[in-house]
Write a protein that binds this ligand. Structure first.
Ligand code: NAP
Length: 293
């Protein structure tokens, strides 16, 4: 049996290495797309294609013969035109499935989609919806919620260095997934192409609140409550400046989408693909271990 050929763009970033690890563990034949001037090293089992993301021909040469393309490029720092060009190259080379760089908040939720930070993701989704009408390409949008391990490590979901900021009181329950879990979700899509065709795909490793995470940490820390409506206003204020700083406004909009009301951050349990993909949610013990590690 010939193995499925998967290309991944952005395998060296925050998320990419975890996805690459799961693609290899699943036995796929993997090509990593990396920038020509990038000096990143990759697992010896992968084919490395150094590409010029500005050139459709360069991307077509790298994607030729592949069944699926997984995009884990940054969204924002990497211009929207690059994300769209990668889709064009996938169409031109007869790729079957394209997984755009989502991996977070549910951008199909009307409140999420209106937040400026998600504008490029929404445009890419609209582009894919158009492209599938005219080509043999199909897509899956993988929604995972915030990265649980990465988000705690960075102090974004819960600042364990203290004081802990509790958004809207810290009782909002949200779906979250570890980096490894996101990788398993990508593998799940490629192994279930029909069931995930042209569709949002939701997974989660945990359905938790900030207060539960804090309790599981076993730490006694000072807390402060912040309203996400205020955080959103601060984000818009930054955006209104002559030279807005994405490092300031982007996390604020994302915090609003995770912890605000009505943003769909707790995925409908009927809609999650965990069972199909064989993914279990983490037990309290596993969660405790993850927080303490
Ligand atoms: N849910 C969450 O909590 C969460 C958290 C973080 C990120 N995300 C999402 O995950 C996806 C990937 O984000 P990420 O943080 O992993 O991305 P990242 O680390 O910033 O970048 C990923 C890779 O993109 C490549 N790249 C190509 N052109 C680039 C450019 N002009 N500038 C910077 N990098 C460039 C680089 O690979 P080469 O050097 O090999 O070319 C880089 O390692 C995004 O959709 C993001 O929104 C979600």
């Amino acid at each position: 049996m010939t193995s499925i050929k998967v290309a991944i763009a952005g395998a060296s970033g925050n998320l990419g290495p975890a996805v690459l690890k799961e693609l290899l563990a699943a036995g796929f034949d993997v090509t990593v797309l990396t920038r020509r001037d990038s000096d990143k090293a990759f697992d010896s089992r992968v084919h490395v294609a150094q590409v010029d993301y500005e050139s459709l021909d360069s991307l077509k040469a790298a994607l030729s013969g592949h069944d699926a393309v997984v995009n884990t490029l940054n969204v924002g720092a990497v211009p929207k035109s690059t994300h769209l060009r990668l889709i064009d190259a996938a169409v031109a080379t007869g790729v079957k499935r394209f997984i755009p760089s989502e991996y977070g908040c549910d951008t199909t939720n009307p409140l999420v989609s209106k937040l400026p930070v998600f504008g490029d993701k929404v445009s890419v989704k609209e582009y894919l919806e158009d492209v599938i009408q005219k080509s043999s390409l199909s897509y899956s949008l993988l929604f995972t919620g915030p990265f649980l391990d990465w988000g705690i490590e960075k102090g974004f979901l819960l600042n364990l260095a203290g004081p802990v900021t509790l958004y809207d009181g810290g009782d909002r329950r949200f779906s979250a997934t570890t980096l490894g879990g996101v990788g398993k979700g990508v593998v799940g899509i490629i192994n279930n192409l029909e069931a995930t065709k042209n569709s949002p795909v939701y997974i989660n490793d945990a359905r938790v609140t900030q207060n539960e995470l804090l309790e599981l940490s076993g730490k006694s820390l000072e807390t402060k409550i912040v309203q996400t409506t205020d955080v959103e206003q601060e984000a818009f204020a930054e955006l209104a400046k002559p030279a807005p700083n994405p490092a300031i406004f982007a996390p604020k909009f994302i915090l609003r989408a995770i912890f605000g009301e009505g943003f769909g951050s707790l995925f409908d349990s009927e809609k999650v693909y965990n069972d199909l993909f064989g993914l279990k949610t983490l037990s309290k013990e596993k969660l405790r271990g993850l927080i303490r590690d």
